[in-house]
Design a protein around this ligand. Sequence first.
Ligand code: MSP
Length: 511
Amino acid sequence: MTKRYYITTPIYYVNGAPHIGHAYTSIAADVLARFKRLDGYDVLFVTGTDEHGQKVEKAAAAAGLEPQAFTDQVSADFRDMAAKMGISYDDFIRTTEERHKRSTAELWRRLDAAGAIYLGHYEGWYAVRDEAFYDEDELTTRLDGSKVAPSGAPVEWVREPSYFFRLSDWQHKLLDLYEKNPEFIAPSSRRNEVISFVRGGLRDLSISRTSFRWGIPVPGAPDHVMYVWLDALNNYVTACGFPDETAPRWKFWPADVHLVGKDIIRFHSVYWPAFLMAAGLPVPKRVSSNGWWVVEGEKMSKSLGNVIEPRQLVATFGLDQIRYFLLREKAFGADGSLSHQAIISRINVELANDLGNLAQRSLSMVARNCDGRLPGRGPATGEDTELLNAAAALPDLVRERLDRQAFHDALEEVWKVVRAGNGYIDRQAPWALRKTDLERMGTVLRVLADTVRSVATVLQPFMPGSMARMLDQLGVPPEARSLAALEVPLPDGIVLPPPEGVFPRYVEPAA
Ligand code: MSP
């Protein structure tokens, strides 16, 4: 049976340029997509841009452009960012595409046919920056008397006719969903927050607006446009071909995991499953939320001028270095701080010293002392077996951690083996064996080459370019780089290309 895996990133608002927060979720999703492909899954990986709503309409007006021309421009910039970050998406969806408008109109009709929608009047607070409605008791009043949302976004009083979704009908079904599927929301701190929010009672949700035009028209009521979150969330089924259930991709629904920022967990774990259940569609299996990056300890903001451009960071430090750093530095669900020093230290200590040296020391000895040919293995000692077993256990250990989005733990497991490899080479001292026992030297170098092969194989999803180079140097042909291929040993005696360092140390440019 084919194993399938469907993973998504949030679709990004096109009100401004991509920053490191966007790149982060995309890289995390990319690692999971690549890992599942290596593990023999048929993968669908979707990212894209969220282009309707008042926030984008305002940004277009501020740029002096028509919304469509503006979103074409910014969406293309997000696509470029994805390419520069090495994001191996299968589909880049834009909510302004016809396929999505058709799909979302159909979702609306199904909700309507199920009796889940009624016409009413909305009166209350709205934050354009968050594209979210707030209750009075969620707001704080500032010294100047203005009110702000919990996110700090300014709110305005809105009064207009609106269609409502009967969210209040879904409280018990949602609680039941969380109860029966403890893995549905991650991490557990977020799960608890969502549960207590839903336990507190749910009000019907305003799902259309009449005070601006930049959205998908409500079927049969063209003076209303759909609430941007209903439109945006629906991208996840549009990408599977909805409403055409015979579409080749429909088999991917429901998604295995939606990766989302902690600020948008409520939309994904409350509204989205409620819409789906009401429309008679299956709900996603998991919503996993990431914490936020701050920069050198401070919140990123345009006014502080400390917004990090991911492409800039990559130009300075290298793509794989940044991908590694972002997933290694903090737990996925936790907040973390991005700092120049911390990046340099990860690069120089873990990539250059630990992993780079392990590969370089082993392979340069093979080049110099074994005629550049991969030596065969003689009888194994206890230490050989211990290292080889640790390396062979990596695919399972990494898989288990990635299935929980515990990227930093997965990398820690790999680094345990890298450090053990460096300890092994120091103790075995193959440079001394060269003079006393050539056969044993060959075995030691082969144990090291096999260890580095396992390490490089499981690290491919994190650092695709560098690990491809490392596997080239180990003589592993492209078709033997899957997890399953690790079961088949490399042939003895194959000629290896001359080794070259994969991870240079980062040296601060002279001022
Ligand atoms: N358009 C909505 C998502 C719709 S999904 C159906 C949206 N877009 S966004 O562009 O504002 O944000 C996208 C993601 O970036 C969110 O998951 C958000 O949490 C994340 N980040 C924004 N700033 C961030 C950091 N500083 N750090 C980490 N992630 C952050 O929300």
